[in-house]
Ligand binder design. Structure first.
Ligand code: AMP
Ligand code: MG
Length: 415
């Protein structure tokens, strides 16, 4: 038996070959899913100016501090401030400006009285008003300039991925363009003479090809772009020719599935032996792994063909590499430790990555169970659709019992 390589050792070997991709400047509206290559710095203050948190009146606190239903305070409305106004009217003692939420608070005033604290409310808001309740303190309902961020503040450091909330923060801080890593360009190559396009009639011995769907989708979910997707048979030099085509398309990585284990027709192993090393990694599924680089520096991943093996292998080895290419600060998924709700067996001497489903029916008591219906299930891609996690069981544990705490990788969340 060949010696097994540890998961961390194989991953470190791969990451040792990753060189961060160059950066590019993109309009914020085109940057969703990209990784920041430079910190995001505010270009305007948030809020941009002192503004009202309520529809009501900007007034002098000194005028209204004693207002009550028994001792109402009368003020004269001398200005009207809709959103977008550039006015900063002078407001004297005994005067008020009608103001809408988000409008600039006049520099002469220091508090907002909402409509509901006046006798006339919105209906009677442009002549004289009657204040029935005193604000708690000066500054009440005034949103101060710069409390969220001031010009030059780092909203997010390099290495973070930009999604909706981050891009909205950038826009709010007046940022029109961001410096981000290029997207990794990836070729996805399935190998196997039994594979047929999904939906085509199947002769005996043929199966629908599904790994390219899986791996192409996972590439995109990891921030990459699929530049080539093809299936090659178990004879010929298809895997080698795919490299030339991938390079012509500017690929940074080629992800193969199938043809790397110990069978008779292992086309990745037989055609790419000069470029890739093949190892047995102490994990299940995913034991046979190929990895190498071309002289141009293109990363070559040879994943086992069983769909669940391919999915787990991508998660453990390819995804971190694609994130590292983008300079992501976190390569790991978040993990939780959850009690198992059922028993399952685990392989001896190898770390198990079991597609698992989290039962969230009790929000304070999540549990985890295999998503697969039978055995270790590496050949059961249907169950993969129900998985939202991988249960990770150490090599020295040979069975999981109900109630045992298990590490769970949350594969629908980024770290
Ligand atoms: P291999 O690693 O090539 O020995 O493949 C292992 C198993 O995975 C075999 O049952 C293959 O038919 C299956 N398999 C390999 N590649 C794919 C693919 N692209 N789509 C679906 N099944 C595959
Ligand atoms: Mg095969």
């Amino acid at each position: 038996m060949t010696a097994l390589v540890g998961v961390e050792e194989h991953l470190a070997h791969i990451l040792g070959h990753v060189r961060a991709l160059p950066s590019e400047t993109l309009d914020v509206e085109r940057a969703h899913g990209r990784t920041l290559a430079e910190p995001l710095r505010a270009r305007v203050d948030i809020p941009v100016f002192d503004n009202s948190a309520m529809d009501g009146f900007a007034v002098h606190f000194a005028d209204v501090r004693s207002a009550s239903p028994e001792a109402p305070v009368r003020l004269r409305v001398v200005a009207d401030l809709p959103a977008g106004t550039s006015a900063d009217p002078a407001i004297g003692a005994g005067e008020a400006a009608r103001i809408m939420t988000g409008s600039p608070v006049p520099s002469a005033t220091d508090v907002i009285v909402p409509f509901e604290d006046t006798a006339g409310g919105l209906e009677d808001s442009l002549g004289e008003i009657v204040v029935l309740r005193a604000p708690r303190a000066a500054g009440t309902h005034v949103r101060l300039r710069g409390v969220d961020a001031v010009v030059g503040d780092v909203l997010l450091s390099a290495g973070h991925v930009l999604r909706a909330r981050q891009l909205a923060a950038a826009a709010a801080a007046g940022i029109a363009a961001v410096v981000v890593a290029e997207r990794p360009r990836v070729a996805v190559v399935s190998t196997g003479s039994e594979l047929v396009r999904p939906g085509e009639p199947l002769a005996h011995g043929q199966i629908p090809e599904s790994n390219s769907e899986l791996l192409a989708g996972l590439v995109v979910e990891a921030g990459g772009e699929v530049v080539l997707r093809r299936t090659v048979p178990d004879d010929g030099d298809g895997p080698l020719r795919a490299i030339a085509d991938a390079i012509a398309l500017g690929a940074h990585a080629v992800v193969y599935s199938g043809g790397v284990s110990a069978g008779a027709y292992e086309v990745v192993k037989s055609t790419l032996g000069g470029l890739m090393g093949f190892r047995s990694v102490a994990m299940q599924p995913g034991k046979p792994q190929g990895f190498g680089t071309t002289p141009e520096g293109v990363l070559l991943f040879g994943l086992p063909g069983n769909p669940v093996s391919a999915a787990v292998s991508f998660e453990v080895f390819v995804r971190p590499a694609l994130l590292a290419l983008q300079g992501r600060s976190t390569l790991d998924r978040p993990t939780l430790r959850l009690p198992a709700s059922t028993a399952w067996r685990t392989p001896p001497h190898r770390r198990q990555y079991l597609p698992a489903a989290i039962d969230r029916s009790d929000p304070a008591g999540w549990t985890v169970a295999p998503a697969t219906s039978g055995g270790s299930g590496s050949h059961l891609p249907g169950s993969l659709a129900r998985a939202d996690a991988y249960a990770v069981v150490p090599a020295d544990v040979d069975a999981v019992a109900p109630g045992d705490l298990v590490d769970v990788l949350l594969i629908t969340m980024e770290g």
